[in-house]
Design a protein around this ligand. Structure first.
Ligand code: ADP
Ligand code: MG
Length: 275
């Protein structure tokens, strides 16, 4: 069944390629509303992330951060507004001023370009590390198995787990599992990586090894949106820090501005609790 809703107000999603500072953004979230029954969880969210930039999203529990990430790769249907990645509408096609939802198969194809790293790793428990990583490339992208394995080994090298290719998830620490999850998210060569509290489920001593991998990705120009409570990470890595509360972006800016000179009382109150 196709749901319909009105797209953004007037202006079209960009059709050109992102990449330059003045081009269209890699990720564009425009006027997004999402409710669950009577609960308005996203109440008009606008966000733009340029190619190669890292955006960190902060906000209290229940403010809509996970719903925003899930809306970006169309794990949630939107009530209003739209999301575009590299100029392409996600989850919908436009016809006049109406958006029609794409078929699941088409959405799955789009999702390959949007890597998602969950709080709880979500590795396939019955597959080895290397099998986890090649799953999407082989079954969805139809890459030859041999090439996919070769790429998986290179990714494992990159996340510091070259010796764990044939281990099963249960044999790994949480930090190692999350690094495998990052390698798996990278395998389809996504245009953007979304992280939903990637270190929140980890024992404190394992947080650093995961943040180091994410920092390395940031340095190499991966476009990312990271929901986290790690303020030090935000300060060091983010190009833009976004503060969300009650389904809206209250304010956003470079870390030095938002973290050290927040303008809104709600941002100040939140930061005074977490800093
Ligand atoms: P955050 O990630 O910032 O903690 P969430 O996006 O998970 O916030 O949730 C925002 C609000 O939406 C919460 O009140 C949550 O209970 C509610 N919510 C999230 N998903 C659903 C759902 N599938 N059905 C009903 N309510 C939901
Ligand atoms: Mg959440």
């Amino acid at each position: 069944m196709s749901t319909e809703h009105t797209g953004g107000s007037g202006s079209e999603a960009g059709t050109g390629r992102a990449g330059s500072a003045d081009g269209p953004p890699m990720v564009e979230v425009r006027g997004v509303h999402k409710s669950f029954g009577a609960l308005d969880v996203l109440r008009g969210v606008d966000l733009r992330v340029r190619t190669g930039e890292v955006t960190v999203v902060l906000g209290p529990s229940g403010s809509g951060k996970s719903t925003l990430l899930r809306s970006i790769n169309h794990l949630e249907k939107l009530n209003r507004g739209y999301v575009a990645i590299d100029g392409e509408l996600i989850g919908y096609r436009r016809s006049g001023s109406t958006l029609h939802e794409l078929k699941e198969r088409e959405v799955l194809k789009q999702r390959l370009h949007i890597g998602f790293v969950f709080q709880n790793f979500n590795l396939f428990p019955h597959l080895t590390v290397v099998e986890n990583i090649i799953e999407a490339p082989v079954s969805a992208l139809r890459r030859p198995r041999r090439a996919a394995v070769e790429q998986a080994r290179a990714l494992l090298e990159r996340v510091g787990l070259a010796d764990k290719a044939d281990a099963y998830p249960r044999q790994l620490s949480g930090g190692q599992q999350q690094r495998v999850a990052i390698a798996r998210a990278l395998a389809p060569e996504p245009k953007v990586l979304l992280f939903d509290e990637p270190t929140s489920a980890l024992d404190p001593e394992l947080v650093g090894e995961v943040l180091d991998v994410i920092k390395d990705l940031a340095r190499s120009g991966t476009t990312m949106i990271v929901v986290t409570h790690e303020i030090g990470f935000a300060r060091e890595v983010a190009d833009t820090v976004v503060f969300m509360d009650e389904g809206v972006i209250v304010e956003q800016g470079p870390p030095a501005e938002l973290l050290d000179r927040p303008r809104h009382t709600r941002t100040k109150a939140f930061l005074s609790k977490v800093l």
